[in-house]
Design a protein around this ligand. Structure first.
Ligand SMILES: Nc1ncnc2c1ncn2[C@@H]1O[C@H](COP(=O)(O)OP(=O)(O)OP(=O)(O)O)[C@@H](O)[C@H]1O
Ligand SMILES: [Mg+2]
Length: 239
């Protein structure tokens, strides 16, 4: 079983965050979710993002994905300055990011195959979309399940579909928000192994928010957050 389908066109994204801040609300209700963060991630690195609930992990992933913009500071992913990018460039950036969520977020009315195809439906591409979706499903161990509905699959299988969906746009960066959080530990380990294999075979940069120590141990680097900031002594470990 190999995932090397898209190896040549893929190169991992570099990430450079410099004094990135993102807050919500105003006045006394203002919450600084990401507070003056600075770190770098080199292409192909696999980084665990740790921290208590509310420490800013998901907000940071949303900033990296181009779903949110920083209030201040500079966030450069694969050479794109996300705070200053035009809407069009931000849309292009989002297409080069693969997202995996805790609760799979598959579209229940669509088949497994159509879920994998969903991110590239509005995009003009040079490859055969359906053929690539089938290849990816086979690569994550789901050959033959293309016509199934998500509800007919186990949680681990649904997360495999989500991983295949995250890969269809040839991402330079995979962002996973507690990808094992809804799974039992054995299935969680399988999904983590799959993500690590995908990232290694494609040299993709990957950042995984997790509460799971086992997941963090499997990553190259750990960034530990508290109250929107990187905990002292951790910054040097992100490379
Ligand atoms: N859209 C939003 N509007 C208002 N506040 C928000 C918004 N998004 C996040 N926050 C706040 O920002 C802080 C950081 O939230 P975030 O979701 O990034 O934490 P987290 O580390 O992902 O937590 P968890 O481990 O529970 O997923 C929290 O105080 C949260 O309430
Ligand atoms: Mg979160």
């Amino acid at each position: 079983m190999t995932l090397a389908v898209q190896r040549v066109e893929n190169a991992g994204a570099s990430v450079r965050a410099s004094h990135v801040t993102r807050s919500f609300g105003a006045g006394a209700a203002r919450i600084v979710a990401v507070d003056d963060l600075s770190f770098t991630v080199s292409p192909g690195a696999v980084v665990a993002l740790r921290g208590a609930s509310g420490s800013g992990k998901s907000t940071l992933l949303h900033l990296l994905a181009g779903i949110e913009r920083p209030d201040s500071g500079e966030l450069v992913v694969a050479g794109v300055d996300l705070g200053r990018a035009t809407r069009r460039h931000l849309t292009q950036h989002r297409r080069r990011v693969g997202l995996v969520f805790q609760r799979f977020h598959l579209l229940p009315a669509m088949s497994v195959l159509d879920n994998v195809l969903a991110p590239v439906i509005p995009v003009r591409v040079t490859f055969d979309k359906a053929a690539r979706a089938r290849e990816l499903l086979a690569a994550v161990g789901l050959a033959g399940r293309e016509s199934a509905a998500p509800s007919q699959l186990s949680g681990g299988q649904q997360q495999r579909v989500a991983v295949a969906r995250a890969l269809i746009g040839s991402p330079a960066l995979i962002l996973a928000d507690e990808p094992t959080g809804s799974l039992d530990s054995t299935t969680g380990t399988e999904i983590m192994d799959l993500l690590l294999r995908v990232a290694a075979e494609r040299s993709t940069t990957m950042i995984i928010a997790t509460h799971d120590e086992g997941v963090a141990d499997a990553c190259d680097y750990v960034i530990s957050m508290r109250d929107g900031q990187i905990m002292a002594g951790e910054a040097a470990r992100s490379a």
